[in-house]
Design a binder for this molecule. Structure first.
Ligand SMILES: Cc1cc2nc3c(=O)[nH]c(=O)nc-3n(C[C@H](O)[C@H](O)[C@H](O)COP(=O)(O)O)c2cc1C
Length: 210
């Protein structure tokens, strides 16, 4: 096979982003809700997201700083809110949420909340002081463990959180097997590439059911 090979030390940040986001696919999407210092709710999608540990349950997000008009690096609202409140909620999004998930990535004026602006149903978490997407059929209520910064000009903040409570709609819980859920019943939404490409998360088996 013939390859084109890209030496990471010669790649621009945007070329590296394009390669990574088209090769690390599909990516799960954390629809992360938080609250700011003034009490305003915020929700935004993050696909550099994954489960990190099961014992105890932990997750990670990577939130890149954005550049302001003076070319200075600035924290996104989600990161600022997580640092302030020490908590965040990962709402599991499904295919039907596609448009709202996508729109909730748009930067808004400071006094506006994505919940109101994009008609996203807002609820309240039960074990942390944090808003949630009340229509999400599953959510992870998380407490911040640490933020580590990586990268050069485009700094990424790796946010690690302990999952304190997992809420799952009862219709997804298998009554025959305690604490097991039927993930195939979720119409999961993932991200592919960048821009507005998404994927459907369909379960397939490596062999017939035994
Ligand atoms: C599907 C999707 C996935 C995204 N994943 C990430 C990500 O992993 N990290 C990141 O920093 N931004 C990501 N973004 C961009 C943020 O959602 C966007 O910058 C948003 O405005 C951040 O909101 P905030 O300022 O309210 O925190 C993603 C956008 C979309 C549409």
């Amino acid at each position: 096979m013939k390859f084109d090979s890209f030496d990471a030390s010669d790649l621009s940040a945007s070329d590296a982003y394009s390669l990574l986001t088209n090769l690390v696919v599909p990516r799960p999407i954390a629809w992360v809700s938080t609250r700011d210092v003034h009490g305003k709710s915020n929700v935004a999608p993050f696909s550099y997201f994954n489960a990190l540990c099961s014992d105890p349950p932990m997750v990670s997000l990577s939130i890149v700083d954005r550049m302001n008009e003076h070319g200075e690096s600035q924290s996104k609202d989600t990161l600022r809110n997580i640092r302030h409140g020490n908590v965040f909620c990962v709402n599991i999004c499904e295919e039907g949420d596609l448009e709202k998930v996508d729109r909730s990535a748009s930067p808004l004026a400071e006094d506006l909340s994505e919940f109101r602006q994009f008609d996203i149903a807002e609820g309240e978490c039960t074990t942390i002081e944090c808003p949630c997407v009340s229509t999400a059929r599953a959510r992870l209520e998380c407490r911040l463990v640490e933020v580590r910064r990586y990268g050069r000009e485009h700094v990424c903040n790796l946010v690690v959180g302990d999952v304190l409570t997992i809420h799952v709609a009862s219709e997804l819980v298998r009554r025959d097997r305690a604490n097991r859920i039927d993930g195939a019943q979720l119409n999961l939404l993932g991200r592919a590439g960048s821009g507005n490409y998404y994927t459907k998360g369909r379960f397939i088996r490596s062999q017939p059911e035994r």
